[in-house]
Ligand binder design. Structure first.
Ligand code: FES
Length: 357
């Protein structure tokens, strides 16, 4: 039996029996489906001048999108990011972002305006039916597509169609240019990410004030954000910090499960791990002292600090690299060496100490 909402406009609908007493209110008389209200032509349907104006607006918006895409690529080249120069980062982000916004808005607003002002807005009801791929159905679908093409003017309004195609072709351009940022042009990524500012006897200092950390001051359950001593003197300070950032935690030595060759990498329960998530490089920052779990807020990877920062949950596939540490003669924590593997996410050419990606 047909439901009211399934019926074509103008058709009569039989009352439906209730599923059970008290669960539905059922009308006792036949209800006439009112159908759609009469169609009201838009100004662009009746005035050719307005239609032409709308057409020019839509075309103009698609051209704005093309200009935005080209400008985004041009700004990226004209205002490069200079390592260590935060002003260049801001100018690059602002100009490329603004141009991409125009590119997106041009396509978005142009498409909406085209649909609202020029594509036919006559609503056509269609009764539900079972979908079967009969030859008549295929023929009908083809007929509908042809009709839609004619009504929307997609085939006929060639200027709008071609400018839309042009906007869509140019739209990925900024993305292609931005791919250049995925890796430096002339440097081998293994050596780039394999070496950080950590080295033998470099002191561990607090981020951001740069004060050195005494082993005796690190209490159980605490966690510190750490950077190498003297990092701020480097020209490419931000890049170096992005690679060398470390999290320092202290847990009870009896809770620590260390592989034999790493037993000298911690100091009295104090361990240091790279802060750069091995999934896609977000900073791991949430430490749960009861469970010794580190959580990456981006995609919820969890690492067990008491067990070599191995992954216990989430999309990361490798443990966080460990920084070998000890103390100097004054009791301050220092690195024993650099990391023994590239920090951060996996990449094609990556080779860790154990030969793993
Ligand atoms: S970047 Fe850390 S889980 Fe994705």
């Amino acid at each position: 039996m047909a439901d009211v909402k399934d019926a074509a406009p103008g058709s009569a609908v039989e009352p439906v029996a209730p599923a059970s007493a008290g669960t539905a209110v059922v009308p006792s008389e036949v209800i006439e489906n009112p159908g759609f209200p009469p169609h009201r032509p838009r100004i662009t349907d009746v005035d050719p001048a307005k239609e032409a104006l709308a057409q020019r607006r839509v075309t103009g918006l698609f051209f704005i999108s093309i200009i935005g895409s080209v400008l985004a690529a041009a700004f990226y080249i004209a205002f490069p990011i200079v390592p260590g120069d935060i002003a260049s980062v801001r100018v690059n982000t602002l100009t490329v972002g603004l141009a991409m916004a125009f590119s997106l808005l041009g396509i978005g607003i142009g498409t909406v305006h085209w649909a609202k002002a020029l594509i036919s807005d006559i609503e056509i009801p269609e009764d539900r039916h079972t979908t079967k791929g009969k030859p008549e159905t295929v023929a009908r679908v083809s007929e509908i597509f042809t009709q839609a093409n004619e009504e929307s003017g997609f085939g006929r309004r060639t200027l709008i169609r071609n400018s839309l195609i042009g906007a869509l072709v140019f739209f990925p351009l900024p993305g292609i240019v931005l791919f250049r940022d995925l890796a430096p042009a002339n440097e081998e990524p293994n050596s780039l990410l394999r070496h950080t500012l950590w080295d033998k006897n470099v002191r561990l200092t607090r981020d951001p004030d740069g004060t050195p950390v005494r082993a005796a001051d690190v209490v159980y359950g605490s966690a510190y954000h750490i950077i190498p001593e003297g990092i701020e003197e480097h020209e490419d300070y931000l890049e170096q910090k992005a690679k060398a950032a470390v999290l320092l935690m202290r847990i009870r030595p009896e809770d620590l499960h260390e592989e034999d060759y790493k037993k000298s990498w911690s100091y009295d329960g104090i361990v240091a791990y790279s802060k750069i998530c091995t999934h896609v490089g977000c900073p791991v920052a949430l430490y749960e002292q009861q469970t010794h779990h580190l959580l990456c807020p981006c995609h919820q990877s969890e690492f067990d600090v008491s067990d070599g920062a191995k992954v216990i949950f989430g999309p990361a596939s490798r443990p966080l690299p460990q920084l070998p540490i000890t103390v100097d003669a004054d009791g301050y924590l220092v690195a024993r060496s650099d990391f023994h593997e590239p920090v951060g996410p996996s990449f094609w050419e990556r080779l860790g100490e154990d030969g793993r990606k």
